[in-house]
Design a protein around this ligand. Structure first.
Ligand SMILES: C[S@@+](CC[C@H](N)C(=O)[O-])C[C@H]1O[C@@H](n2cnc3c(N)ncnc32)[C@H](O)[C@@H]1O
Length: 355
C-alpha cells in the first residue's frame, strides 16, 4: 500500500529508493530458500535474514535461477583470486549494491582467503547501518572473520583489516564520494574485481557509466602509479525487457514503485559487453543464465539439482533464465593486452565427452 499523499518530489524519490532497497530482501530470501532446499551451501545467509526460520521457500524456478547465477559468479570470483595468486599478488574485490550478500564470509572460509587484500561492500546508508549491526552482533557468528573492527560514520560504515562496509548513493558523482569513502584503503596497484550483482539496472545509464569510468581512471597509469592493477568487472542482471515477458516484469515492479532505467540500453545479449568495452575495458563476454545452465554446469551437478524438487514449468524456466545474464570484462594494459593471463579469466563451457 502506498501512502495516500505522496506529493512532493523528494518524498517520491524516497519512496522509490525504499522500494529499491527492499529488493535486497528479495535477493536474500531467494538465497535462503536455495540454501534450505539444498541447492547452495551458505551457513551465513540465515544471520542476515530476519526471522529466517519463518520465511517461506521460493518456487523451484527461483531456486534454480539463484543456483545458476550464484554458482557462476562464485566461479568467476574464485578464478580471479586464483589468477591473482599465480601473478603473486593480493587482490581486491568491490561489491557495489552488496545488500545482504555473504560472499566475503564464504571466501574467508575457503581456500583463497589469503589472496584477499581487501573486500569492500557499498550500499545505501540504511542498508549498511543494518548490516553493520548484524555483523557486529556476536550472536550471528559473522564478526570472527573480520578480526578487530570499528564502526565509522555513525554506525553506517565498518572497517577491519580486510573488510570495509561503506555507505553511499551510487548515483552520486563518483568523484565527489569515492575518494572520501575509499580513503587509502583501496590500492590502484592491485588486481581488482568490481561486482555489480543486480544493481546497475536500478540506476540511469549515465550514473552507471560514471561509476565504471571512475574505476577505469583509478586503475589507469598515472604519475603516481605506472603499472596499475588489472581491473575486472562482472554484472549480473536482467536485460532484453522489450518483449512481452519484459513488459510483464516491468509492470510488476512498477506496481511496487521500482523502475529499471538501467535496462534500456541493453535489448539483447550482444549489447551487454558494450557497457565495459566502450569505457576502456579490453575484452568482455556475456552469457544468459539459460546458456550457463545448459553448457556451463557439469552433468553430475545438474543431476544432483534435478533431484532436489519437481520442476513442472521447464518452458517458463527457460524464458526467465533467458532474461538474465552475467557479463564479465577485463581491462589489461595495452602493452600486455594479447599475452596477459588475465585474458583467461571467464566461464568455460563443460566439455561433453562422447559416450
Ligand atoms: C537486488 S539487491 C542485490 C543485493 C546483492 N547484490 C545480491 O545480489 O544479493 C540490489 C541492492 O542494490 C542496492 N542499491 C540499488 N541502488 C543503489 C544506489 N543508488 N546506491 C547504493 N545502493 C544501491 C540496494 O539497496 C540493494 O541492496
Amino acid at each position: 500500500m502506498h501512502p495516500p499523499t505522496p506529493v512532493n518530489r523528494s518524498e517520491r524519490a524516497y519512496d522509490s529508493d525504499a522500494a529499491v532497497r527492499q529488493t535486497d530482501s528479495d535477493a536474500a530470501l531467494a538465497r535462503l530458500s536455495a540454501v534450505r532446499k539444498g541447492y547452495l551451501n551458505d551457513r551465513f545467509i540465515s544471520s542476515l535474514v530476519p526471522r529466517a526460520q519463518l520465511q517461506p521457500l521460493r518456487p523451484p524456478l527461483i531456486n534454480i535461477g539463484t543456483y545458476v547465477r550464484s554458482g557462476a559468479i562464485d566461479r568467476l570470483v574464485e578464478q580471479w583470486l586464483e589468477l591473482s595468486k599465480s601473478e603473486g599478488q593480493l587482490c581486491q574485490i568491490i561489491s557495489l549494491g552488496a545488500g545482504s550478500d555473504t560472499r566475503f564470509w564464504r571466501l574467508m572460509e575457503g581456500p583463497w582467503k589469503e589472496q584477499l587484500g581487501a573486500y569492500f561492500e557499498l550500499d545505501f546508508p540504511d542498508v549498511t547501518l543494518k548490516k553493520a549491526m548484524t555483523v557486529r552482533n556476536p550472536r550471528n557468528g559473522l564478526s570472527a572473520a573480520l578480526g578487530a573492527s570499528e564502526l565509522d560514520l555513525g554506525g553506517q560504515a565498518l572497517h577491519s583489516s580486510r573488510y570495509h562496509l561503506l555507505p553511499c548513493d551510487l548515483r552520486k558523482p563518483p568523484a565527489d564520494i569515492f575518494p572520501g569513502l575509499f580513503k587509502d584503503h583501496l590500492s590502484p596497484a592491485l588486481p581488482t574485481l568490481l561486482l555489480f550483482e543486480c544493481v546497475l539496472v536500478y540506476m540511469s545509464p549515465e550514473a552507471s557509466s560514471a561509476l565504471i569510468e571512475w574505476f577505469v581512471d583509478f586503475f589507469s597509469p598515472s604519475i603516481q602509479i605506472s603499472t596499475p592493477g588489472t581491473l575486472g568487472g562482472m554484472v549480473y542482471e536482467m536485460f532484453g525487457l522489450e518483449d512481452a515477458f519484459g513488459q510483464v516484469m516491468m509492470n510488476n515492479l512498477r506496481a511496487r514503485n521500482v523502475s529499471l532505467p538501467g535496462a534500456k540500453p541493453y535489448p539483447s545479449l550482444e549489447s551487454l559487453p558494450a557497457r565495459f568495452l566502450s569505457r576502456g575495458f579490453t575484452s568482455a563476454k556475456a552469457l544468459t543464465l539459460r546458456n550457463i545452465r545448459s553448457s556451463y554446469i557439469g552433468p553430475s551437478e545438474l543431476e544432483r539439482i534435478s533431484r532436489l524438487e519437481m520442476l513442472d514449468e521447464v518452458e517458463e524456466l527457460n524464458l526467465v533464465l533467458e532474461h538474465y545474464a552475467i557479463t564479465w570484462s577485463v581491462m589489461v594494459s595495452s602493452s600486455a593486452a594479447t599475452v596477459s593471463p588475465w585474458n583467461e579469466w571467464g566461464l568455460r563451457p563443460v566439455e561433453h565427452r562422447p559416450d
